[in-house]
Design a protein around this ligand. Structure first.
Ligand code: PLP
Length: 485
């Protein structure tokens, strides 16, 4: 049984939600209606967005309560507010589950999202590796004790650091030092890409780049790379150049938790600091988390109020519930199925003529290069959506269509695997995707070229595909038995 969203009593959960919606609807009925409509929409969509999932009713219900009313700045047992004993209980539980699940010496469960977790990690590395030595040199214990001159020197040093991360078109994330994100303004950034022939990470090239660039932080992790990363090799490179290895496992944390990614491919034993979201393949509430080696623990603990707003105790409570779920044997079965299903999807696509970046997958992501269908990513994404298949467009390495139109479509298996899809359903999904892409053509422009946004679909294709998708979805209902009416 991989479908943890089915492991609840439907009558009890239905009664809980009906009552909640009545209470909400008495104040603002349009919100209660929108909540109901959202469930209907999620039930009716073939969700292949690689970063999304469905949390269990237990996780979702944990977020709707009075923990939301509590201020709890500080850490467990050391709060700046009175009366935090119950927040302490849930934060300590979430952290303990996280440490046990990932085999990490230390866990910080306050970050509100993956981006926030990265900010906490970056400031912790700066604090540990730049600020602490500066304080020691000045004979001070706190920044407030520095002279004006030493403070100016420290601020300049903090702004003079480097980060090396995976390039965006190879699948890296905006928060890994790219200009539109604050990380790109904090750090001088350089990036490593993938081998143009194979699409795979080339560790010799990463090493070469690291030796030239000498970063303070070597970033690893991705949101659109369909392969495993050898974190033991990344740590070796970091050690060779004196860098701190930060791994952002936002996308694949569920595969680490479920022991699909182990040994050299498990970031936790190799990285100095690991950041993650809790709502993607990990299937928890929307939020973030930082795992760290003990030397970075104190600096990470200062995340709030260094860069984070007050902790969200209701979400930390939900993290504790989700992490408890992830420690159950069924979650390893789920994670295995996510990876196996990605194989079925990839094989279903390639056997029908689609081109995949790197030729396949060994995680939960499949990246289709849609140029062989004569389409841009934008056209493919829109045509698939018209046909009831929800994906997102994504750059491919050296993308000829740029970051807006793109040439790829990213698809992932975590959400539909939660619904109980297996090999046969993902093969059928691959068939539907190829049918849609083959039956879609770009609209001609007046100068005889082809539009990068507009397209036409073969007659009846969208409707036929919608019906086929609905058949798959009906056989694997989301939150079976949950009835709001
Ligand atoms: C999704 C993602 C994030 C951002 O997470 P949010 O919770 O949306 O802030 C950060 N890093 C990577 C690699 C991601 O995939």
């Amino acid at each position: 049984m991989t479908d943890a969203t089915a492991s609840f009593d439907p009558a009890t959960a239905s009664a809980a939600y009906r009552s909640a919606l009545q209470v909400i609807g008495a104040v603002e009925p349009r919100v209660a209606e929108a909540i109901g409509a959202e469930l209907a929409d999620q039930r009716a969509s073939l969700k292949l967005i690689a970063s999304e999932n469905y949390a269990s009713p237990a996780v979702l219900l944990t977020m709707g309560n009075w923990f939301s009313d509590k201020y709890a700045e500080g850490t467990v047992g050391h709060r700046f507010y009175a009366g935090c004993q119950n927040v302490d209980t849930v934060e300590a539980l979430a952290a303990e589950h996280a440490r046990e699940l990932f085999g990490a010496p230390y866990a910080y469960v306050q970050p509100h999202s993956g981006i926030d977790a990265n900010l906490v990690a970056f400031w912790a590395v700066l604090a540990q590796r730049v600020e602490l030595p500066a304080l020691e040199k000045a004979g001070a214990t706190h920044v407030n004790d520095l002279t004006a001159e030493d403070w100016t020197t420290l601020r300049r040093a903090l702004g003079d650091q480097r980060m090396l991360g995976m390039s965006l078109d190879a699948g890296g994330h905006l928060t890994h030092g790219f200009r539109p994100n604050i990380s790109g303004k904090m750090f001088e950034q350089s990036s490593y890409g993938t081998d143009p022939k194979t699409g795979l990470l080339d560790y010799a090239l990463v090493r070469e780049r690291a030796k030239e660039f000498r970063p303070l932080i070597l970033m690893a992790g991705y949101s659109a790379y369909p392969r495993r990363v050898d974190f033991a090799a990344m740590r070796e490179i970091a050690d060779e150049v004196g860098a701190t290895l930060v791994v952002d496992m936002a996308h694949f944390a569920g595969l680490v938790a479920g022991k699909v990614l182990t040994g050299d491919f498990d970031p936790v034993p190799h990285a100095h600091v690991v950041t993650t979201t809790t709502h993607k393949s990990l299937r928890g509430p929307r939020g973030g988390m930082v795992l760290a080696q003990p030397e970075f623990a104190d600096a990470v603990d200062r995340g709030c109020p260094m860069v984070l707003g007050g902790p969200l105790p209701h979400v930390m409570a939900a993290k504790a519930v989700a992490l408890a779920e992830a420690r159950q044997p069924a979650f390893a079965g789920y994670a295995r199925a996510v990876a196996d299903n990605a194989q079925s999807l990839a094989e279903g696509l390639t056997s029908r003529g689609a081109t995949l970046v790197t030729g396949g997958t060994d995680n939960h992501i499949v990246l289709i290069d849609v140029t062989s269908f004569g389409l841009t990513g934008r056209q493919a994404e829109s045509a698939l959506l018209d046909a009831g298949i929800v994906t997102n467009r994504n750059s491919v390495p050296a993308d000829p269509n740029g970051a807006w139109y793109t040439s790829g479509v990213r698809i992932g298996t975590p959400a539909l695997t939660t619904r109980g899809f297996g090999a046969a359903e993902f093969d059928r999904t691959a068939e539907l995707i190829v049918d849609v892409l083959s039956g879609t053509t770009p609209t001609a422009t007046q100068d005889g070229g082809s539009s990068r946004a507009r397209y036409a679909m073969a007659d009846g294709l969208a409707g036929r595909t919608r019906a086929a998708a609905a058949e798959l979805l009906d056989a694997h209902p989301l939150y079976p038995g949950l009835d709001l009416a």
